[in-house]
Design a protein around this ligand. Structure first.
Ligand code: NAD
Length: 258
């Protein structure tokens, strides 16, 4: 029986890479996120060709608790349960606190933090009933350290680190592990979109933002690869990682060593 994996925000970037890695491992995968119909159709075909299992798309908006409940319910009903939950959906907004639109603050906290609470509260009973499970939260180096102009993102990412630890303790004797992955900068649409904003805030060129802002603290001076994050998720979901819980794995090119 293929295992079933739900990856939120998997129509693009890191989530898509994680979905691809689990599909290549033979899993059923529920993908989620926004994007044009044709692109999502192509992704379904692409992932379907990698696995003997099934690939399903669910359009739940991670700001909507009712839609999140339907995502988890649909995965359970269509695929018989959830073995691995990956909370990955995310957006960014870059502005000083006094100029940060309150509705943007609410949106970031909802997508980056509250959505994981909602996916988890519906998934945990399924995992407990199955006697096993893996929950992987895609946090960030910004779950450990801050940067200016990213108040909501940094607050939400620090929050998900706390949620990860609490859930791990609650589930420690249920054969369910809960961990976070903390990537440094990965060149995905989420990062590409903030380059012009950072350039405007700091009054520098976009090339300077890449070299002097994004990669300034990444000691390797290289972006992290999507496949590196996906491989770590696959590892955390493996039997070999059964005693790893309530912690995080940094993949940040030395950023948080400083
Ligand atoms: P991305 O923009 O490529 O992908 C984000 C995904 O989330 C997309 O599939 C998008 O459709 C989905 N999404 C956005 N809003 C949504 C909503 N309301 N409901 C459902 N889905 C929604 O971004 P990414 O860089 O791949 O980011 C993925 C995760 O990795 C995020 O949690 C991000 O914070 C984290 N992360 C990214 C980096 C990086 O440098 N790219 C570093 C550390 C952590």
């Amino acid at each position: 029986m293929p295992r079933t994996v739900v990856v939120t925000g998997s129509t693009s970037g890191i989530g898509l890479g994680i979905a691809r890695a689990f599909a290549a491992d033979g899993a059923n995968v529920v993908i989620n996120g926004f994007g044009p119909f044709e692109t999502i159709e192509a992704t379904l075909q692409d992932l379907g060709a990698l696995t003997g299992g099934r690939i399903i798309y669910h359009p739940a908006d991670m700001t909507r608790p009712d839609e999140i409940e339907d995502l988890i319910g649909t995965a359970a009903k269509e695929l018989g349960g959830i073995d691995v939950l990956v909370n990955n959906a995310g957006i960014q907004h870059v502005a000083r606190i006094e100029e940060f639109p309150p509705e943007k603050w609410d949106q970031l906290i909802a997508i980056l933090l509250s959505s994981a609470f909602h996916t988890m509260r519906h998934t945990i009973p399924l995992m407990k009933a199955a006697g096993k499970g893996r929950i992987i939260n895609i946090a960030s180096a910004h779950g450990l350290v801050a940067s200016p102009f990213k108040s909501a993102y940094v607050a939400a990412k620090h929050g998900i680190m706390g949620l990860t630890k609490t859930a791990a303790l609650e589930l420690a004797q249920e054969n369910i592990t809960v961990n976070a992955i903390c990537p440094g900068f990965v060149l995905t649409p989420l990062v590409e979109k903030q380059i012009p904003d950072q350039a405007r805030e700091k009054g520098i060129s976009e090339a300077q933002v890449k070299d002097e802002v994004l990669l300034r603290l990444q000691a390797t001076k290289e972006f992290v690869g999507i496949e590196e994050v996906a491989a770590t998720a696959l590892y955390l979901a493996s039997d070999a990682a059964r005693s790893i819980t309530g912690t995080h794995i940094s993949i940040d090119g030395g950023w948080t060593a400083q």
